[in-house]
Design a protein around this ligand. Structure first.
Ligand code: NAI
Ligand code: MG
Length: 357
């Protein structure tokens, strides 16, 4: 059965990196007979210039009907003067909200051929392959808040962290399923020594595990300890599942471990459809020069195959082609080191296509 992919290039380097990923998807389709169709839609500053809004209704409707969404990036200096509701960045927040994307997935893998890019010592970085599963629509970012209240002459503000059992069950199941596709190990991260919401999180994770996923190894870690372990023993982790706020902070920490922002993909998963995008932005400083690294977006497309279409073999093939190309020494400017083969975005894409079987 065919799959319909909605491509949203957005602004800046978004166009060139999504073009590269679509080329890879087309070749993968040829090899594995996946029967993909494509449709391009506007979002971000580009959409504002055409329609006066960063996220046109038409784009949202197309996304609702699509089987998967490939998103480039949005933003740029020329739109920074706009009022907040019209800024390009509203497009991605609006999509997450209107499509009900409840989990954010961020894999961080350090290939042996890329170990020197990590800020960690090689013996610590080696073998790092973490999948962060972050709850995206609950917790303190969506709880009740108060900007200012005055009691006995003292001003105070507050934000409420709360999680329900169904919210934790859903994200735990997602993490367990992801672990079944990986190395069968889940670390649930919380602060249950202090927070009631974390204690509910932990006992719910334990119950879901015991009843439904006894084949998975589940352990628990406090968030402060996890932040340390990422820096001193990252190869311990396989899947890390955590709340919205802890996941926000830990996923940024994990991203720097690899030392190359142009190579990290992400997925935001919903019940009906899911969105795949590089973690980097629109890189206005290099936009239009053709030198952007397309790997983050190509690996995002591979995640679409794995998590939306269950095409693990095709996803593996793309990831293998990327790794082989890096091992062959091909490097875009952002990851270039002396003695390597310097290529532009098209050169990198071409080399990956050659390695795709
Ligand atoms: P950025 O990620 O766009 O760029 C940071 C630095 O990394 C720049 O020097 C850039 O040239 C480099 N870089 C990023 N991706 C690269 C790639 N694929 N290949 C080679 N080099 C790459 O972040 P920045 O500069 O903070 O933001 C630029 C714009 O992007 C802003 O308008 C920001 O709001 C937006 N943005 C959008 C995101 C999204 O669409 N999800 C996420 C992050 C930022
Ligand atoms: Mg963040």
């Amino acid at each position: 059965m065919g799959k319909h992919i909605v491509v949203i290039p957005g602004d800046g380097i978004g166009r060139e990196v999504t073009d590269a990923a679509v080329e890879i998807l087309k070749k993968t389709d040829e090899i594995y007979h996946l029967d993909f169709t494509y449709e391009w839609k506007d979002a971000g500053g580009t959409a504002y210039d055409k329609y006066g809004v960063p996220l046109p209704e038409e784009t949202v409707n197309a996304c609702r009907k699509g089987d998967g969404i490939l998103f480039g990036a949005v933003g740029g200096d020329q739109w920074d003067h706009l009022e907040p509701s019209l800024r390009p960045e509203k497009a991605i927040l609006g999509l997450r909200k209107s499509l009900g994307l409840y989990v954010n997935l961020r894999p961080v893998k350090i290939q042996d051929s890329m170990i020197e890019y990590s800020p960690l010592k090689p013996e610590i970085a080696r073998g790092t392959d973490i999948m962060i599963v972050r709850e995206l629509v609950g917790g303190i970012y969506f709880g009740k808040r108060c900007e200012s209240e005055i009691n006995d002459g003292v001003e105070r503000a507050w934000d409420v962290e709360s999680y329900s059992v169904p919210e934790v069950e859903r994200i735990t199941r997602f993490a367990m399923e992801a672990a079944r596709k990986r190395h069968g190990h889940v670390t649930s991260v919380d602060k249950s020594n202090v927070l009631a919401s974390s204690r509910l999180w932990r006992r719910t994770a334990v119950r879901v595990h015991d009843e439904e996923y006894p084949d998975i190894q589940l352990d628990h870690m406090y968030v402060d300890n996890c932040a340390q372990q990422f820096a001193i023993h990252p190869s311990f982790f396989d899947v890390v599942v955590t709340s919205n706020m802890f996941g926000d902070i830990l996923s940024d920490e994990a991203a720097v471990l690899s030392g190359s922002i142009g190579m990290l993909p992400s997925a935001s998963i919903g019940k009906e459809t899911s969105l795949y995008e590089p973690i980097h932005g629109s890189a206005p400083d290099i936009a239009g020069k053709g030198i952007a690294n397309p790997i983050a977006t190509i690996l995002s497309a591979a995640m679409m195959l794995r998590y939306s279409f269950n095409e693990d073999r095709a996803a593996d093939a793309i990831e293998k082609a990327v790794n082989q190309t890096l091992e062959d020494g091909y490097r875009t400017g952002d990851i270039y080191r002396e003695g390597m083969k310097k290529v532009d975005g098209e050169g990198m894409t071409e080399a990956i296509l050659q390695n795709l079987h």
